[in-house]
Design a protein around this ligand. Structure first.
Ligand SMILES: NC(=O)c1ccc[n+]([C@@H]2O[C@H](COP(=O)([O-])OP(=O)(O)OC[C@H]3O[C@@H](n4cnc5c(N)ncnc54)[C@H](O)[C@@H]3O)[C@@H](O)[C@H]2O)c1
Length: 248
């Protein structure tokens, strides 16, 4: 029997893909969930669908993680709706892939703003609740490429490697309040993000792992559920690789 001492989760980028699967899994485990997404309509629709499917309280909010004021307001609204926040899943992310000599200033700035600064700002917006006494959980989504490098993703990889730094430092700062902080480095997973990759590269990359199949959003959601559960009560500052054995 798996128990959860936490019960009120915020998931950024929860309208679709990994974020939606994570939100659904946490709702199935009995947590109340607030989905935050720059796609407000999507956030509300996904929240309603998950609530209907799971019977848990799930609310959707429009929120751009690069807008600091918006982020603080929405975290307050989410806390009001859920009766507090004890769990943060930092998942919102984008890609703007090009070989590094062709990356524009905007390609660099935007990916760092969403994938690194947006994760830090989400943590800071959640700080009043995560620094309260009592059990808390933070899971930040990095990427396998932060370990391996990859062609045409210098902006994305710099941000995702930075997320590992946020995991380690937030684990040290939040431990005294009973909040654990861990990361996940997903391998290639089928989602709207990877659906945009060229078909031939996509097929080859997706199945290039020991298990020979494409990762699914539910594979990542399972890892998040573990890290949020009481089974992971003594796990903090760690980064879990979920990639079918593509990289050790
Ligand atoms: N799919 C993969 O293979 C894979 C692998 C490793 C890591 N990841 C990471 O997992 C996370 C989710 O990826 P995905 O595949 O589900 O992507 P996705 O594009 O399908 O979903 C990302 C969600 O984030 C939202 N979002 C984007 N910018 C935002 C912003 N500024 N503020 C708030 N929300 C914003 C989008 O609207 C979307 O709903 C990302 O951080 C991604 O980098 C994905």
């Amino acid at each position: 029997m798996v128990h959860y001492s936490v019960s009120k989760a915020v998931v950024t980028g929860g309208a679709r893909g990994l974020g939606a699967a994570i939100a659904e899994r946490l709702a199935r485990e009995g947590l109340s969930v607030a989905l935050l997404d720059v796609n407000e309509v999507g956030a509300k629709e996904t929240a309603a669908a998950i609530s209907e499917a799971t019977g848990s309280e799930v609310v959707g909010f429009g929120c751009d993680v690069t807008d600091r004021e918006d982020l603080r307001d929405v975290f307050r609204q989410a806390a009001d709706a859920l009766g507090g926040i004890d769990t943060l899943i930092g998942n919102a992310g984008i890609t703007r892939d090009r070989m590094f000599h062709k990356l524009t200033d905007d390609d660099w700035d935007r990916v760092i703003a969403v994938n690194l600064t947006g994760v830090f700002d989400s943590l800071r917006a959640a700080a009043p609740w995560l620094r309260a006494e009592g059990p808390g959980r933070v899971v930040l989504i990095s990427s396998v490429v932060a370990k391996t490098g990859n062609l045409g993703q210098m902006n994305y990889i710099a941000a995702k490697a930075g997320v590992i730094g946020l995991v380690r430092s937030a684990a040290v700062e939040l431990a005294r309040f009973g909040t654990t902080v861990n990361g996940i480095r997903p391998g290639f997973v089928e989602s709207p993000m990877t659906a945009a990759m060229p078909q031939d590269a996509r097929e080859a990359l997706m199945t290039d792992n020991l298990l020979g199949r494409a990762g699914q959003p539910e594979d990542i959601a399972g890892g998040v559920a573990y890290l949020c559960s009481d089974d992971a009560a003594f796990v903090t500052g760690q980064v879990l690789d979920i990639n079918g054995g593509s990289v050790f």
